[in-house]
Design a protein around this ligand. Structure first.
Ligand code: CP
Length: 308
C-alpha cells in the first residue's frame, strides 16, 4: 500500500503535492465505493478512531464519522460541551484518557490554532486536524481541490478566487496552500479589514472589487463572515457587507460566462451568497459535501498505512 509522507495530517503546509495526488487517487476509488448499494469496506477493521470536537461542527464531524464507519473502523465521539473539560480537565489529560482506552487515531477540532500540533508532540496516535481556530482545515482544502479537479478536469492552471472573510478563515489558508501546490492561480478578495497583513507573503493576487474577482476566476470559493471570531467590527453592518461583497444571480449574469461557485458551509444565505446562486447550477456546494466523505476515507486509510 502507498503511504503518505507524514504520520499526521496537521495542515496542508506540511504535505507534498505527491501526498495530495495520492489522496485524490485513493478518494476516487472510495467515491465509487460509497455509491455502491453496500457502501462499506473492511479496510480499517480493528482500528479505533476518536472524533474529539472542542468546537461546533455539522459537516466535518458527520463526514469523518461516516468515512470511519464506511471503512469499518470502531468510532467514539467526544464533544467538549458535554465532557469533563467543563470541570477543568486539560486538553492533554482529556486526550491521554481517551487514548488509554486503546484508541489508534484522533480526529480533532479545536478553537486554538496549533492545538493538534501540540498534541502530536505528546501522543503516539495519528492525529488529523479537523480545523484549528483560524489556522488550517486540511481536509476541507483537500475536498475543495478534489471537487475542482472533478468539475474542471484538473486544478493546475485554473484561476480560483477565495472571497470573503480571509482574516479569520482556516479554509482560506489551507486552500491557498493546496491550490498553489497543485499549480492553480489563487486570488483573495474581501474588504481590506478582512485580509491578513501577511497576505502578500502567500503568493496570491489580492483584489478588493468582487466583480473584478469574479471576472478573473474560473472558480469562486465563497467564505462565511466568521462573526464568532471577530472581537471588533471589521465592517459597518452585514447589510453593507452583502451590498459590496454578496454574490447574487444578477452579478453572476453580468459576467456573461459560467463560473463555478463553491462554499465550505455553513452558508449565511443572503449575506455572502443569495439562495438563487447557492442553489443554482453554478454551485457545486453539495458535491463538495459528498466528496468530503470519500476524501476523508482516503486520508484515514492512508494514515493508517503510514502508522504500520
Ligand atoms: N466546512 C465545515 O468545516 O463545516 P462545519 O463547521 O459544519 O464542520
Amino acid at each position: 500500500m502507498s503511504k503518505l509522507s507524514q504520520k499526521h495530517l496537521l495542515g496542508i503546509k506540511d504535505i507534498t503535492e505527491k501526498d495530495i495526488n495520492l489522496i485524490f487517487e485513493t478518494a476516487e476509488n472510495f467515491k465509487e465505493v460509497i455509491n455502491r448499494p453496500i457502501k462499506k469496506v473492511p479496510s480499517l477493521r480493528d482500528i479505533t478512531i476518536a472524533n474529539i470536537f472542542f468546537e461546533n461542527s455539522t459537516r466535518t464531524r458527520l463526514s469523518f464519522e461516516l468515512a470511519e464507519k464506511r471503512l469499518s473502523a470502531d468510532v467514539v465521539n467526544f464533544s467538549a460541551s458535554t465532557s469533563s473539560v467543563k470541570k477543568g480537565e486539560t486538553l492533554l489529560d482529556t486526550v491521554n484518557n481517551i487514548l488509554a482506552m486503546k484508541v489508534d487515531m484522533v480526529v480533532m477540532r479545536h478553537s486554538s490554532p496549533g492545538a493538534p500540533h501540540f498534541l502530536s508532540r505528546h501522543i503516539s496516535a495519528n492525529i488529523i486536524n479537523a480545523g484549528d481556530g483560524t489556522h488550517e482545515h486540511p481536509t476541507q482544502a483537500l475536498l475543495d481541490a478534489f471537487s475542482i479537479r472533478e468539475k474542471l478536469g484538473g486544478v493546475g492552471g485554473k484561476k480560483v478566487a477565495i472571497i470573503g472573510d480571509i482574516l479569520h478563515s482556516r479554509v482560506a489558508l489551507s486552500n491557498i496552500f493546496a491550490l498553489k501546490k497543485l499549480g492553480a492561480e489563487v486570488m483573495v478578495c474581501g474588504p481590506p479589514t478582512l485580509l491578513p497583513k501577511y497576505i502578500n507573503e502567500l503568493g496570491v493576487k489580492v483584489e478588493l472589487d468582487v466583480k473584478k474577482a469574479l471576472q478573473w476566476c474560473d472558480v469562486a470559493n465563497v467564505l462565511r463572515i466568521q462573526l464568532e471570531r471577530q472581537q471588533i467590527r471589521y465592517f459597518p453592518s452585514l447589510r453593507e457587507y452583502s451590498l459590496y461583497y454578496g454574490i447574487n444571480k444578477r452579478l453572476l449574469d453580468s459576467l456573461h460566462r459560467q463560473i463555478v461557485i463553491m462554499h465550505p458551509g455553513p452558508i449565511n444565505r443572503g449575506v455572502e451568497l443569495s439562495s438563487d446562486v447557492a442553489d443554482s447550477d453554478h454551485s457545486i456546494i453539495l458535491d463538495q459535501v459528498e466528496n468530503g466523505v470519500a476524501v476523508r476515507m482516503a486520508v484515514l486509510y492512508l494514515l493508517a498505512g503510514a502508522a504500520g
